[in-house]
Design a protein around this ligand. Structure first.
Ligand code: F6R
Length: 275
């Protein structure tokens, strides 16, 4: 018998305002998030309203998108009332480049569901540098005009970045052009076929944009994320680890596999309290 999404997490704990949920594996965590998204999409459709999703790229959310596609194919989930805003995009980059986030989203979600293409928003990596600031203001306006983001999906970088808000990014940042951190560029080097080919900049929603979402669901899998997850949950709130700003959000969950949660467990004191 399949477990219901709420039964999937083995541990469910609130630490520094973050609801930390640990799952036996990434598949269970992905199912949990996709099920929550699908329920909201259906609820909004019933009410004749749009559902606004904030989406991430990278390896982490791929399983969520796979599950949404499965629900669309097998369970009649329609995404016709869905409006999406992606967190970020490399700059400069063409949409058909293998590493572009436009291409990523098409290949991992949009090409397989019935979303209306005009409802898809991804920061534009093709415009000349001198029009980027205006594009970023327009992106913020589009989010506001859509009524704000209902659920924002996040991964976390090893620098503690959310979106491409690298260390040093403050709590009040909005969508803007940023320089990529060298660790982040190194992590992307294989995908670009060498460090020198990785763009030095990106356009990203700011921390404030992300914190404006009504619900935030951060996914992290694997032992290489354990240390930064521990810092994000247990560290003092600071722009040195931008993910710590999530500690102040009213509805934030970290959905982790056991490997990514490992340091949180070892950070428990004898009474079982953490951080
Ligand atoms: C991607 C994004 C980044 C990634 C992060 C983790 O849109 O905003 O913050 O979520 O770099 O990447 P993965 O999932 O590849 O480990």
């Amino acid at each position: 018998m399949q477990s219901s999404p709420n039964q999937l997490s083995r541990c469910n704990d609130v630490r520094n305002g973050i609801n930390v949920r640990v799952f036996a594996n990434a598949v269970d965590a992905n199912t949990c998030v996709a099920t929550e998204m699908a329920a909201l999409i259906r609820q909004r459709a019933q009410d004749g309203k749009a559902c606004v999703l904030g989406l991430a790229t990278g390896s982490t959310p791929v399983g969520v998108y796979r599950e949404l596609i499965r629900m669309h194919r097998d369970e009649g989930l329609s995404l016709q009332n869905v409006v999406t805003f992606n967190l970020d995009e490399y700059f400069p980059i063409q949409p058909d480049a293998p590493q572009s986030y436009v291409r990523f989203m098409n290949e991992h979600l949009f090409d397989f569901v019935d979303i209306d293409r005009k409802n898809i928003h991804i920061p534009d990596g093709t415009h000349p540098l001198d029009s980027v600031a205006a594009d970023c203001c327009e992106y913020e306006k589009q989010i506001a005009d859509a009524g704000g983001i209902d659920i924002q999906i996040l991964g976390i970088g090893r620098t503690g970045h959310i979106g491409f808000n690298e260390p040093g990014s403050g709590r009040n940042g909005l969508t803007r052009l940023v320089k990529l951190n060298s660790l982040t560029r190194n992590d992307a080097a294989a995908a670009f076929g060498g460090l020198e080919k990785v763009p030095k900049s990106a356009i990203t929603m700011g921390v404030k944009t992300i914190l404006s979402a009504r619900k935030i669901r951060l996914l992290a899998f694997g032992e290489h994320k354990a240390s930064i997850v521990e810092q994000a949950v247990c560290g003092s709130v600071s722009d040195a680890v931008p993910a710590t700003f999530l500690q102040g959000h009213q509805d934030v969950q970290f959905l982790l596999d056991e490997a990514a949660a490992e340091k949180l467990v070892s950070n428990q004191n004898e009474s079982g309290d953490s951080c």
